[in-house]
Design a protein around this ligand. Structure first.
Ligand code: NAD
Ligand code: TYD
Length: 350
């Protein structure tokens, strides 16, 4: 094995696509997937690669310093691709401290372990921190987030991610730790936990349940297919410059209500329902506190410097995503049983 790479959060939505890509693309790398298997982590996401020789899963918590130090000592990692996080804005509004713990303290615990292991020789080492465009706060009707946009986070989730980004840069400046950061727009695709807009609404349309649109539905997000994010992460890990930030986005802005109507249209078609059936499920509900109006990424830098651009159109990606959920009812059933029912009740019915 030429390198040993730690991927954190690899049982989650984006992490599982990143693990799959690295395991398949780099048979000479040993990939260690570290994940605490919270409600969002699911090893079913990785069934197809779990027996590969260059892959190993380790269950553990990134905030457990002793465990993390021992893990770094044992595996002598050459690189870290850090995705483990609490990732849902609505949950961060209910329990901000959990976000501070995992996203800030967990990232610092990993940074410390990497610094300790690598400080004698930083050559060929890399700490890659995966972050979000939400650290930039909200846009008005116009403009795009660039890598120079000042941080201005509004939710406990985005504040915790912004803080973790700052700590990564601080370890670079203060200790010379070689790092790279990327800030990506909203992802969608297979294996997405049905608490976020697209998978939640797919699940509800299948079950003919209400589609809870927050506020007036005029909020705007920039959607990227998760497999294109995983391609970008691979590229940045291997070819990105140290101490740089790369914004990743799909140049694909949708107002929530337009996106929901498009989803309804495609799903009526696939489920052989009368056109207009699913739109009747749309229900306007109480707005999210501190709801950011608009996110949109300027992905010029990664395009010009690393040659990345999205490989699928939104229409293709959304169709593949819907098909995946329709073809994997067991996955959906499993993740929506148990605790999910309590979460849903508290978030939408109280
Ligand atoms: P996710 O919630 O689906 O997965 C997070 C994973 O981290 C889960 O497998 C969970 O078990 C694991 N985890 C949580 N706490 C942990 C801990 N203390 N120790 C070890 N593992 C822990 O999240 P996601 O949507 O796949 O996001 C992955 C990363 O990408 C996050 O850092 C997120 O901020 C970032 N990001 C997400 C999006 C998006 O649209 N989903 C966009 C940009 C950036
Ligand atoms: P979400 O998928 O939670 O991602 P984020 O808040 O990180 O952008 O939400 C995407 C958009 O959809 C956001 O404007 C909030 C909105 N939304 C709803 O209208 N209803 C819902 O039930 C959810 C989960 C989100």
């Amino acid at each position: 094995m030429s390198k040993t790479i730690l991927i954190t959060g690899g049982a989650g939505f984006i992490g599982s696509h990143v693990v799959r890509r690295f395991v398949n693309q780099y048979p000479n790398y040993r990939i260690i997937n570290l994940d605490a298997l919270t409600y969002a982590g699911n090893l079913e996401n990785l069934k197809d690669i779990e027996n590969k020789d260059n892959y190993k899963f380790v269950k553990g918590d990134i905030t457990d310093a002793q465990f993390i130090d021992e893990l770094f000592e044992k595996y002598q990692f050459d690189g870290v691709v850090h995705l483990a996080a609490e990732s849902h804005v609505d949950r961060s509004i209910k329990d901000p401290l959990a976000f501070a713990k995992t996203n800030i303290l967990g990232t610092m615990t990993l940074l410390n372990a990497a610094k300790e292991l690598w400080s004698d020789d930083y050559n060929d080492k890399r700490f890659y921190h995966i972050s979000t465009d939400e650290v930039y706060g909200t846009l008005g009707e116009t403009g795009l987030f660039t890598e120079e946009t000042a941080y201005d986070p509004n939710s406990p989730y985005s504040a915790s991610k912004a803080s973790s980004d700052h700590f990564v840069r601080a370890y670079g400046e203060t200790y010379g730790l070689p790092y790279v950061i990327s800030n990506c727009s909203n992802n969608y695709g297979p294996n997405h936990f049905p608490e976020k807009l697209i998978p939640l609404f797919i699940h509800n349309i299948i079950n003919e349940n209400p589609l809870p649109v927050y506020g007036d539905g005029k909020y705007t997000r920039d959607w990227l297919y998760v497999i294109d994010h995983a391609r970008a992460i691979d590229l940045i890990f291997h070819e990105g410059k140290n101490a740089e930030t790369y914004n990743i986005g799909g140049f694909n802005e949708w107002q929530n209500i337009d996106l929901v109507k498009e989803l309804c249209r495609q799903m009526d078609d696939k489920l052989n329902r009368e056109p207009g059936t699913s739109e009747k499920l749309i229900t306007y509900v109480k707005d999210r506190p501190g709801h950011d109006l608009r996110y949109a990424i300027d992905a010029t830098k990664i395009n010009q410097e690393l040659g990345w651009s999205p490989s699928v159109t939104f229409e293709e990606g959304l169709a593949e995503t819907i098909d995946w959920y329709l073809n994997n009812p067991a996955w959906l059933k499993h993740v929506t049983s148990g605790d999910y029912q309590n979460y849903y009740k508290e978030q939408y019915q109280d």
